[in-house]
Ligand binder design. Structure first.
Ligand SMILES: Nc1ncnc2c1ncn2[C@@H]1O[C@H](COP(=O)(O)OP(=O)(O)O)[C@@H](O)[C@H]1O
Ligand SMILES: Cc1ncc(COP(=O)(O)OP(=O)(O)O)c(N)n1
Length: 267
């Protein structure tokens, strides 16, 4: 049996809600064969990130090479890349292997507050990863850091999205989970030609651990299956919204989204 294949390059979340674990669960739910390159191991739960242990750069390189040597990759999703050294190795391998469909989720800080990204790696992220992005998926604080501008209004978000496309991303979605107010969450998509806003009622829940990872990996799974970028985002948005609507009371802090909710919809 043939199956679409997606690779996540990200950090491990021991709590299971974000990072590699969220990505692989999402791939599986969307009938895509998932592979992983682990950049860092976090000791993390729904309340805090207790520690971060980066995987040695050679280890990251060898994982990438092992996959490239043997398995065709239809789409890649990147998450926690941690620092400049790892970013350079990863960007180089993506180019060398000719992996063309790349979802870049520029993970910087966990919901629970701890940094998952070294600030001095920002210029490497901008120089090496942004131009590889079929789609870049920052939340509002990440878009502010990447564009070095304050984002308050919807127009600010549109301007930032345009700026990120000018910086080399083929398309961008600025996610609205962190927007200050409103009964609806609004994600702003821009592909260099036109804007589209994805608007959904805000789900009243604190169980939002891993929303960004899950959304980005759903988009990657859809791209792996050959869908065009707009359809991949539209269906990814439906997947993450359902996962948040049915989010799980696991742990004592910010619980995870429900990756399996999509499968049970309508049943
Ligand atoms: N409370 C919520 N209700 C509905 N959708 C949400 C909620 N929080 C986040 N989302 C959606 O989840 C996705 C991830 O957004 P966001 O939380 O901003 O990213 P991140 O996890 O990277 O910080 C977006 O599509 C966003 O609109
Ligand atoms: C290992 C690891 N990677 C990424 C995150 C952040 O996940 P994300 O879905 O962007 O956002 P929150 O879970 O912080 O809402 C993480 N926590 N751990």
């Amino acid at each position: 049996m043939n199956i679409a294949r997606a690779l996540t390059i990200a950090g491990s979340d021991s709590g299971g809600g974000a990072g590699i674990q969220a990505d692989l669960k999402t791939f599986q739910e969307l009938d895509v064969f998932g592979m992983s390159v682990i950049t860092a191991v976090t000791a993390q739960n729904t309340q805090e990130v207790k520690s971060v242990h980066p995987v040695p750069v050679e280890g990251v390189e060898e994982q990438l090479q092992a996959i490239a040597d043997d398995i065709h990759v239809d789409a890649v999703k990147t998450g926690m890349l941690y620092d400049e050294e790892r970013i350079c190795v990863i960007a180089e391998q993506i180019k060398k292997a000719g992996w063309k469909k790349v979802v870049v989720d520029p993970v910087m800080v966990a919901t629970t507050g701890m940094s998952l990204f070294q600030k001095r790696a920002l210029s490497a992220l901008i120089e090496y990863m942004v131009p590889l992005a079929t789609i870049l998926t920052p939340n509002i604080p990440e878009a502010e850091v990447l564009t070095d501008r304050k984002i308050e209004t919807l127009d600010d978000r549109k301007e930032a999205a345009r700026q990120l496309v000018d910086m080399g991303a083929k398309s961008v979605i600025i996610k609205g989970g962190h927007q200050a107010e409103g009964e609806h969450v609004i994600d702003v998509f821009y592909d260099g030609e036109s804007y589209h806003t994805f608007e959904r009622p805000r789900v009243e829940t604190t169980n939002t651990h891993g929303t960004g990872c899950t959304f980005a990996s759903a988009i990657a799974a859809n791209l792996a299956q050959g869908k065009e970028i707009f359809q991949a985002v539209e269906e990814g948005k439906a997947f993450i919204h359902t996962a948040i609507e049915h989010a799980l009371d696991v742990g004592h802090g910010h619980g995870p989204t429900n990756h399996a909710a999509w499968r049970f919809q309508g049943k």
